[in-house]
Write a protein that binds this ligand. Sequence first.
Ligand code: NAD
Ligand code: DAU
Length: 350
Amino acid sequence: MQKSILITGGAGFIGSHLVRLFVKKYPDYKIINLDALTYAGNLENLKDIENEHNYQFIKGDITDPATVGRIFANHNIKGVIHLAAESHVDRSIANPLEFINTNIIGTVNLLNAARMQWKDDPKNHLFYHISTDEVYGSLGNEGLFTEQTPYDPRSPYSASKAASDHLVRAYYHTYNLPVVISNCSNNYGPNQFPEKLLPLAINNIFNNREIPIYGKGENVRDWLYVEDHAAAIDLIFHKGTIGETYNIGGLNEWKNIDLIKLLCSIADKNLNRKEGASEKLITFVKDRAGHDKRYAIDASKLINELGWEPSVTFEEGLQITVEWYIKNYDWIKRVISGEYEEYYNKQYGI
Ligand code: NAD
Ligand code: DAU
């Protein structure tokens, strides 16, 4: 029987890049994409592979045990790569319960189904949980998050992800469920929903709309091109050690304000605007509540043990990203046609 891999959240930003990679690279696997198609999920992201023989989409909610149970009963699921989540910090501040439901209850449903289905042969299976560096909390000016950094989540989003990480480890220790976890830094690239900093800024630049920067723009994030995250997930899925955690990061720290200035200058060149035109749109706005100061990842375990390295420099990745959004402006227009404007007005008070 064909080896089936269940990828949850495959219609989202990172999930769609991962599904594409697996469908193309592993013709012998059957890739099942389970996604509820929330505001952040979009099948258009997978148009180019939707008819491949080894791909199947199932619309369903991970918080529903019956849906999840049926998928495990009907398919020979050998591995799970679990990305489905509510993923935006600002939305978690406005509405924490949705994050608790999807990120914690949804993860437990998947863990329960895997545990029941795999109990007689745990060795030949793997539950891979995709998590975030935000579980480690906030750094000062010095230091990096390692796999040993104690958890200290500070937003409802990161607390819900931390809880799900703990539960995944609990199933490993208590039920011998074969698990692996990775915690990644900020991703950027094509197909990211324009509520996150970079695509929001790109969209606003296109529309000559103010670019909102929280506080003084001094918070620091470590940016990684989304396809390099997908490549790391591939490596960890196939070569990672069961029970282990791997940090994934870009070795690429930027203050938000410097990042947006660089973006503006790349955008000016690509849009044939006068140098400095987009930068004028930068507007400092009220800070995010509990805004984590700095994230930075020590990825040496992944680099030294599994041989991973990023494939593009940040300048290359940003250039590819800006070009993609220019070429796919209709994609942005379609994804923001729903509740986006209402969200935007509530979030930014405009
Ligand atoms: P995203 O918001 O773009 O996509 C999430 C996907 O999950 C969407 O397709 C959505 O429809 C689906 N989904 C949401 N609730 C669901 C439910 N109840 N049942 C089934 N599907 C549901 O998220 P992303 O940025 O691609 O992040 C993917 C994963 O990676 C998340 O677990 C996130 O915590 C983690 N992560 C993200 C980043 C980042 O920078 N974006 C960094 C590190 C880790
Ligand atoms: O670190 C990994 C995490 O990165 C992921 O787990 C999350 O899913 C992902 O959303 C991201 O979280 P951040 O909160 O770091 O990303 P965001 O794009 O929302 O914000 C990046 C930085 O930019 C942060 O310091 C807040 C700031 N910001 C964000 C927005 C949306 C602004 O200054 N203005 C904005 O309008």
